[in-house]
Design a protein around this ligand. Structure first.
Ligand code: 13P
Length: 265
């Protein structure tokens, strides 16, 4: 039996005081949940939010890391730094960190993959660094709308998963969380239909099986992410291959996030 995992990706939202209010509201609502619950604040709020979560069932995650332990890497945050402030999880390879945004913002005309430069290779290096420092990666994959329309979804997902998992043992892969986040469903309100989300998550599981064997494939937890809301969570979480959710917008409201957590019962 795979324990469901519901993670809230706050993205670039919440100051320290806003983050603390949110988790204070969330704590009683998430108590006794059957799912593992994770919140991923921005770097600036990790330490205080982590302290506020001590003694609760809510775990702390970060939204990225850099693979070096320390050094002259201005603006970067390392695995040991995240561990030091109490993180257990780290989101890696999110489409937004790869510069693949679902909603194009007005005025953002440059090639954003040059600004937010994660690639399959950097995601793999980051995942190895996460393990080295005792953090569990939440590895994101997902196709853009153009890739889906070109019927390239399965090939893109297989490539992203295969490259992200390079060099890991089957035992490590069992512990990893993979998040299927179709780029066109992120922040758009356009959720992937549950049957199709389940099909792609099943494809991820088969990809893991072909690389690391059936035991690892059965153990690995696969989340769906992209416009998960209280009113569609139960349907998505009821699918065979969907073991949890990676939640953006709805994780910023305690009641909505708790409703999604409780839909995993
Ligand atoms: P939304 O739930 O806002 O669509 O974001 C999903 C996401 O990107 C989580 O990482």
């Amino acid at each position: 039996m795979r324990t469901p995992i519901i993670a809230g990706n706050w993205k670039m939202n919440n100051t320290v005081s806003q983050g603390l209010s949110l988790v204070e509201e969330l704590k009683p609502l998430a108590e006794g949940s059957r799912a593992e619950v994770v919140v991923c604040p921005p770097y600036t709020a990790l330490h205080p939010v982590g302290e506020a979560l001590q003694g609760t069932n809510i775990r702390l995650g970060a939204q990225n890391l850099f693979w070096q332990k320390s050094g002259a890497y201005t603006g970067q945050i390392s695995g040991p730094m995240l561990k030091d402030v109490g993180c257990d999880y780290v989101i890696l390879g999110h489409s937004e960190s790869r510069g693949r945004f679902g909603v194009e913002e007005e005025g953002m005309t440059e090639d954003l993959s040059q600004v937010f430069g994660d690639t399959d290779a950097s995601v793999n290096r980051k995942a190895h660094a996460a393990f080295e420092h005792g953090l569990t990666p939440i590895l994101c994959c997902g196709e853009t709308l153009a890739e889906r329309q070109a019927e390239a979804t399965d090939a893109i997902i297989a490539r992203q998963v295969q490259q992200a998992l390079q060099g890991f043992s089957a035992d490590q892969v069992r512990q990893i969380v993979i998040a299927y986040e179709p780029v066109w469903a992120i922040g758009t309100g356009e959720v992937c239909e549950s049957g199709e989300a389940n099909r792609v998550c099943g494809h991820i599981r088969s990809t893991v099986e072909s690389l690391h064997g059936s035991e690892a494939a059965q153990a690995v937890r696969i989340q769906y992410g992209g416009s998960v809301k209280p009113d569609n969570a139960a349907e998505l979480l009821g699918q065979e291959h969907i073991d949890g959710a990676l939640v953006g917008g709805a994780s910023l409201k305690a009641n909505d996030f708790a409703a999604i957590v409780n839909a995993a019962r």
